[in-house]
Each structure stands twice: as C-alpha cells, then as structure tokens.
Design a protein around this ligand. Structure first.
Ligand code: AHG
Ligand code: MN
Ligand code: MN
Length: 334
C-alpha cells in the first residue's frame, strides 16, 4: 500500500527548503487549505443551499457579486485573520487592501493576494470554478500595520502561489519555487492527498484556449496567431484543438496537464484585457514557470511586471514555453 502524503505532511517535509523556515509559511498555507475545504463544501452543494445567485452587490470591478464570491471571500479573510500569519490581504472582492491591524497580525511576516472565486459566471452551470492565491513577504516593518505597498511587489518576490479547482474533484495545486505539486481532497476524511507530484508542462501542446467571440477586437498579431492555430499542418499538430471553459483556473489546469496555451489578450476596446495582474496573472505565472512553462503579457515576463495598483489588468498568455514563444514571435512581427 503506497504511503499517502497529506498536504500538511508535504508542506512540513518541504519546510527544510527554506533556510530561515520558522513554520509560519507552513501555517499560512494550511490556513488557506482550511478555507478551501469550507468553500469546497458550499460549492459541492451549491444547488441545494441558498448559496446560488446574486448577492445583490457589486465589487470594485463593477461586477455583480455572486453569493459564492462573497462566501468564499469571507472564508479566506476569516481563516487568514484567525491564523495570525498574514498582515494584509488584497482581494478581488475588496476595493482596498484589507489591513489586519491587530497585535498578532501586525507581527506576521506575510501578505496574501487572492481571487477567492474564479470563474463565478460558471457557478449556476455547475462548471468548474476555482480560487487563486499568492503569498509575499511584507516589506514594511514587522510589528506595525502592513500597507498597500506590501502587495504591490513584482511576482519575482512571490514566496508561494497556487490555485484550487472545484471540479470533478477538488484539487489544490501550489508552488513555493521548488516545483509544482497537486493535492486532491478526499472529502470522506477532509484531507488533501498528494496526487500529482512535480507537475510539468509537456514540451509543447496542441490546445489553445481563448474567448474567440472577441476575435474582431483582437490586435492583428493575435488574429494572425489564431489563424496559425487553425492551419492544417499535422507535422506541428495543427489545427490545434480549441478548449475554453471560461474559468481561468480550469482552463489553465487542463492546459498544464495536457499541453496547451491560454490566452486572454487585450482588445481595441480594453487594451489591458480582463485578467487582474496581482491576484490572477502573477500567481498563475509563478506556477507556469515552476512547471517549465512561460507566462507573459505578450512582450514582458509577467513576474517582472511591477503592479501600480491592486486591481490593474494585464493581457495574459500562459503555456508551454514553445507555444508562448511562438505567440510572442507573432507579436514582435506585427
Ligand atoms: P472571476 O470570476 O474571478 O471574475 O474571473 C473570471 C475570469 C477568468 O476566470 C476567465 O478566464 C475569464 O474571466 C473569462 O472571461 P470571458 O468570459 O470574458 O471569456
Ligand atoms: Mn478570476
Ligand atoms: Mn473572482
């Protein structure tokens, strides 16, 4: 019988990768794991509980908040507050950074950027949705309240990042800069079990994921790249297969396992695209690079972009290195 490794055991085993490990990162990752289980429970019975539908409020993006958006947001905020290892949170669902100004949290080393529920438009259709999280070491003085600048760091400063996908099973996938590992929740015992050790992108792939209804608004380079995807050239596995769920977590997860590129380009109407740099693009870019892939905004490495504001958007391309570099060639050429 193969030994089952739980997420907690795995995190503690890997603590040694951090010379100054004090167990704080272990605890904050576990706090996120706990909140994920509560969200899993509500997502899995969303059709039964009074958790579907609109909250009747708008978030800072002007998007209608779903009850599950608000529920998930509260779960992660409460877990991080209770855990005492986080000094501040930037959330998609909150306009300002949440400063956890209390004696315990002010002594915390870390801050968290989170998309508590990604793919909300898919909730009622029972399509996979997810959570995206990322952890930075605060730059402000420990012992004092954190501030927004603690969250406005380039992705190269990320300590950990990951996502949970609430799909046919609930999986938590994360990296601390030493590879990417996936854990599947066994709901019967409430434990995340290591199920996908050392996830790596295939060398290349033949899947592309983009919302083609925006095609007429894409820059010429993107239109030309999509044309390239559609061409008949079996020697390069084209025409590529198109797969688009509309939940970034689900599209990215499938493409990382099977080999494919995810594109959320800017358009003539929205040159910065839709995805938020801080709590969607950068955590996923960290995962991409740790899985041997690449993530860019078409010209710059996502992890090197220094955010100016917590909700700023960015064009986003992520996938096997060869596929992203081919796309970047088109962007350079046009
Ligand atoms: P969120 O639900 O957190 O707002 O994120 C939704 C995002 C992302 O999950 C997905 O890739 C993208 O929106 C889909 O956008 P379109 O419906 O415009 O394709
Ligand atoms: Mn999202
Ligand atoms: Mn969201």
């Amino acid at each position: 019988m193969k030994k089952l490794i739980t997420l907690t055991e795995f995190i503690i085993d890997r603590q040694g990768e951090f010379p100054d490990a004090s167990g704080d990162l272990t605890r904050i990752l576990n706090d996120i794991g706990i909140a994920t289980k509560f969200v899993h429970r509500e997502v899995n019975k969303a059709g039964l509980a009074d958790i579907l539908g609109m909250e009747g409020t708008e978030n800072v993006q002007g998007e209608q908040q779903k009850k599950l958006d608000v529920y998930a947001n509260n779960q992660f905020i409460n877990a991080l507050k209770a855990g005492g290892q986080c000094a501040a949170i930037a959330s998609e669902e909150n306009e300002e950074v949440i400063i956890l100004d209390n004696p315990i949290s002010n002594n915390a080393k870390y801050v968290v950027a989170i998309d508590p529920l990604d793919g909300s438009s898919n909730i009622e259709a029972n399509v996979s949705i997810g959570t995206v999280f990322s952890i930075y070491k605060r730059k402000s003085l420990i012992g004092t309240p954190a501030n927004e600048s603690d969250l406005l760091q380039p992705g190269t400063e990320l300590v950990a990042a990951g996502y949970t996908i609430y799909g046919s099973s609930t999986m938590l996938v994360y990296t601390t800069g030493h590879g990417v590992n996936g854990f599947t929740l066994d709901p019967s015992v409430g434990l995340f079990i290591l199920s996908h050790p050392d996830i790596r992108y295939p060398e290349s792939g033949n899947i592309y994921s983009v919302n083609e209804s925006n095609r007429i608004y894409f820059p010429e380079a993107i239109k030309a790249y999509l044309q390239f995807c559609h061409e008949d050239d079996p020697s390069t596995k084209r025409p590529y297969i198109t797969r688009y769920i509309g939940s970034m977590v689900a599209d990215v997860h499938r493409n990382m396992l099977l080999g494919g590129i995810f594109l959320y380009p800017g358009t003539i109407k929205k040159p910065q695209g839709k995805l938020r740099l801080l709590y969607e693009c950068k955590p996923m870019a960290f995962i991409a690079e740790q899985a041997g892939g690449k993530a860019s905004d078409g010209t710059r490495r996502i992890l090197e972009i220094h955010p100016d504001s917590i909700h700023q958007r960015s064009p986003f391309f992520m996938g096997p290195k060869a596929m992203v570099e081919k796309l970047e060639e088109f962007i350079r050429f046009f």
